[in-house]
Design a protein around this ligand. Structure first.
Ligand code: FES
Length: 256
């Protein structure tokens, strides 16, 4: 019996010599069987990232030490390489100034053209300006006659007055006028009267050669104008308006 126990212990001790330490820790019974105490065994060393890295770097040669920034100076080498030395290169400075001036001049010219085009787009077009003024030949209008022309969409009376009519208008006192205005102030030439054919009451077109004063009569509400176009009777408050005009020739009138 003792021989069997001795043979078993020798067999367990022999197998424990070939067990790895982790296996002995995982199987304390086996370790105890061979006289080893599991608690006394050192902790199994598992591979860690640090250990692996150490093994990895230990195999390669050490990396060269990077130089410090103060040893290299500025890391922005492009700035120093491309920098223009304006003192050492005056011709390059002149070229730079010329280039900048040219670009700015081009910008200013473009801006000016745009502003001029924008402002001119808001002004009246050529056809509208052509309608702003109109010239009329009155050589065929005899004394005592009145013609009606159109200017800016409005009727205009042009009357060739006789010497008797001119004298009559000149003798009217200011006290007899509702809208006090002398005949001389309403004409450029005494024989020609140019007035808008629009009643100053509510805008009707008066009738020429009618009314109590042989000038114009507005049938809408009964306003009477004399041969100077001044209101003499009726509800109209003002004289007939005199448009801007001038004589371009002896018998040509430019209105507007
Ligand atoms: S519109 Fe001419 S009198 Fe009234």
């Amino acid at each position: 019996m003792n021989a069997l126990r001795l043979a078993s212990r020798l067999s367990a001790r022999a197998s424990a010599q070939f067990l790895p330490r982790g296996a002995a820790a995982a199987n304390p019974a086996a370790a105890a069987a061979v006289g080893m105490r599991a608690a006394a065994l050192p902790a199994p060393q598992r591979p860690t990232a640090t250990n692996d890295s150490r093994r990895c770097y230990s195999a390669s040669p050490p990396a060269p030490k990077a130089p410090a920034l103060h040893e290299l100076g500025s890391v922005d080498h492009g700035f120093t390489d491309d920098r223009v030395d304006r003192i050492a290169e005056p011709e390059r400075r002149a070229f730079t100034y010329l280039l900048l001036s040219g670009v700015r001049f081009a910008y200013a010219s473009t801006a000016r053209v745009l502003v001029v085009k924008f402002v001119s787009s808001m002004s009246a077009s050529a056809d509208v300006l052509a309608l702003a003024s109109a010239e009329f030949d009155v050589s065929a209008v005899g004394p005592g006659k009145t013609i009606t022309v159109k200017w800016r969409g409005k009727p205009v009376f042009i009357r060739h007055r006789t010497p008797a009519e001119i004298a009559e208008c000149a003798t009217v006192p200011m006290s007899a006028l509702r809208d006090e205005e002398s005949d001389d102030d309403r004409v450029l030439k005494p024989e020609w009267l140019v007035v808008l054919g629009i009643c100053t009451h509510l805008g009707c077109v008066p009738i020429s050669g009618a009314g109590d004063f042989n000038g114009w009569f507005c049938p809408c509400h009964g306003s009477h104008y004399d041969v100077s176009g001044r209101i003499r009777k009726g509800p109209a408050p003002l004289n007939l308006e005199v448009p801007p005009y001038k004589f371009t020739d002896e018998a040509k009138i430019l209105i507007g």
